[in-house]
Design a binder for this molecule. Sequence first.
Ligand code: GLN
Length: 190
Amino acid sequence: MEIGVLGLQGAVSEHERLLTACGATTRRVTTANDFEGLDGIVIPGGESTAIRKLLVRENMLVPLRELIAKGLPTFGTCAGMVLLAQPESLAGIHADVARNGFGRQRDSFETDLTVPGWNTPFPGVFIRVPYLKSVSGPTETLITLSDGRIVAAREKNVLTTAFHPELTGDTRFHQYFLDEFVRTPVKQTH
Ligand code: GLN
């Protein structure tokens, strides 16, 4: 099982470390040729405007958007969530995203997250993160904070978190992606 980590900018090696800990082989993706034959891809946190510009410059934006639309298992964190929610970027989920949605005074914090079906809370690391104001169509909410902000969601082959599982030692989100999205690909209806 080979998982690409988009390696243009951001927290790339952190995702590689956790995917490797889960038993996956990783490939750092920096050109459109690197998409060939991947079983899944991770879009890391970083700076979504910078990542988007680099995707355009490297002629990777349209091919990646098409691969995601065709069902490539995709996991985006933080800036990755922003790019997946923007129709003009990767268009992987149907959601209204608020970039840097937690404002200045709380732009970095940690909080325990309750994940439905998981026995113990997940350590949520939030660094200038976005959130989803709402989701629509086939997008499902996975985690909503007590104030109503949506911080994890999924749609078909796409998983997104506003927080940074890659900055914790907790492999459960990466394992969940590998088990539920990569090993058991979601059937496409179109
Ligand atoms: N606020 C950043 C953006 O919108 C994302 C921050 C992050 O990935 N840590 O690009």
